[in-house]
Design a binder for this molecule. Structure first.
Ligand SMILES: Cc1ncc(COP(=O)(O)O)c(C=O)c1O
Length: 358
């Protein structure tokens, strides 16, 4: 059984990793490779492990950190920990991102129990309105309290942007992170080792002639750029990178000429939505064996530009082959280019096989 599958071109991915880590190194930035988008797949981890420039592996799920606990990279939990997972966080993460003193206290308790020192990066919200301290004084209060905890080390400050609020990183908002760092060092005489200035959306500041990554930012956390070969503030492809290191391959299970407009009274579809159809007469329709439980339709594009996506239910994806020059047959494969969402969802689906080439 080989389909549906995601095909990873190791050579292309290696070239992507090489390009980004060199870029970050040139700017004196350490690299944290974010492993969640490929579900910390061991084959991809092995590839990333080849690069000494990657100092950290970051993931939002503790299960993924557990899966590569033998790697020599420092492991970072980049989503705020749940108090209920404090034991595993201390056991499997060298560093965790935090914004709540209650959680930090729980981590300390656990670190004492496990006779470990646990490092934390305090998250600052600079406007994206996802995680992090919004009020500076609340951050400083938390630092004061944390400094009393014997097994917790304040290792860094971090910000995440362009995730919820879609806020673009700039010298202005990232400059605020540097001024907070300076304030902390002065107020508490506390050196801050890591200033983590965001994700793949901060990369454009390394190339921009209009704006710059402020001096003092010394780390970026990169997930999507490695995988899809582009920066994510504006979605610009790097021409030196491969955008097609990952391909989704599906297989045709039905191919028939049928009308384009459903017959009978239209109610709601499998997901409770009222669909709209355009009557285009008869069409050459096919079904490939993949569905909405694996992938969202917005996140895949047929490589054959003459194929159109019609819709999908949980296990069936319907395509219009009417205008395709190629004479497709049942059993043929149809390939799709992928976006962040589809790499993420297909890697976490047990139904999608993973194939590594080259
Ligand atoms: C806190 C944090 N940092 C970094 C990343 C990586 O983001 P990207 O894949 O855009 O590089 C993510 C998202 O996965 C994240 O949640």
């Amino acid at each position: 059984m080989r389909n549906p599958r995601i095909v990873v071109d190791r050579k292309k991915l290696r070239e992507n990793i090489s390009f980004i880590v060199s870029k970050l190194k040139k700017h004196q930035l350490s690299t944290m490779a974010v492993t969640k988008v490929f579900n910390a797949h061991p084959e991809v981890i092995a590839l990333y492990d080849e690069f000494p420039e990657i100092l950290y592996f970051g993931d939002s799920r503790i299960e993924n950190l557990m899966s590569y606990h033998n790697s020599r990279k420092q492991k970072v939990l980049i989503r705020l920990p749940m108090i209920s997972e404090a034991t595993e966080v201390v056991q499997y993460a060298d560093i965790s991102f935090n914004s709540e003193i209650a959680t930090i206290r729980a981590l300390n308790q656990e670190a004492v129990k496990q006779k470990k020192n646990h490092k934390i990066v305090l998250m600052v919200d600079l406007g994206d309105l996802r995680e992090g301290f919004f009020e500076r004084e609340a951050l400083y209060d938390c630092i004061q309290e944390t400094m009393k905890l014997e097994n917790i080390q304040i290792y860094g400050l971090g910000v995440n942007l362009t995730c919820y609020g879609a806020i673009i990183p700039s010298s202005k908002n990232l400059g605020d992170l540097i001024s907070i760092k300076t304030e902390i060092e002065e107020r508490f005489n506390l050196p801050i080792a890591m200033i983590s200035g965001g994700n793949s959306s901060s990369l454009y500041l390394l190339d921009s002639s209009e704006d710059m990554l402020p001096i003092g930012i010394n780390n970026l956390r990169i997930g999507e750029s490695f995988v899809l070969g582009r920066e994510t503030a504006y979605g610009a492809d790097y021409k030196q990178m491969n955008q097609d290191a990952f391909t989704l391959v599906t297989e045709i299970v039905e191919l028939k000429e049928k009308p384009s407009y459903p017959i009978g009274e239209i109610g709601v579809d499998a997901f409770g939505r009222k669909p709209q159809y355009v009557d285009k007469g008869n069409m050459k329709r096919c079904i490939v064996a993949i569905g909405l439980q694996d992938v969202s339709l917005d996140d895949i594009t047929p490589k054959d530009s003459q194929i159109e996506i019609l819709g999908a239910s949980s296990d069936h994806l319907l395509l219009d082959l009417t205008h395709a020059e190629r004479d497709y047959k049942v059993g043929d494969e149809i390939e799709f280019t992928m976006s962040y969402g589809s790499v993420l969802s297909t890697f976490t689906s047990k139904y999608i096989k993973k194939e590594f080439i080259r």
